[in-house]
Design a protein. Sequence first.
Length: 170
Amino acid sequence: MFPKKADGSLRVCCNYWVLNKITVKNKYPIPLVADCFDHLSRAKYFTKIELSSDYWQVRIKEGDEAKTIVVTSLANYYRCFVKGYSEIARPMTDLLKKTDTCNWTPQCQVAIYSLKRAMVTNLILALPDMLKPFMVDTDASDFGLGGVLMQDGHPVAFESRKLKDVEQRY
């Protein structure tokens, strides 16, 4: 049915009751990755798929390469996997301050290299076992805070953040 709108254009009106009647409802949505890890704490066998070069493993039609570029703030996702993430990234986060210029310094280059190296090292986080006690170890400096959640002496997660300017003064 296509009734006219006030401006004369057509409005599409559809009744999807037949389609809705035969649609299978997804009663089990995809779980959060963190929830899946909670269930793995007592697992004995694991497998993995090697996707370290996954960008090169997907065929892309010639000329469509630009469509695959995605910019996200996913780098902050990794802060729980890298010890001292905020301290390492400080030269780069300083660039986010509202100033007239943005100068990429040698310290920024060292920071990006250090983060890349930290993300590909073999530091394995332990899967949390909710039946065992946890230990939290914290640290602070003049410009940042950090901590590690541990179980049986193995890191489960890291957390860190840069202190705001006002926080650095007290």
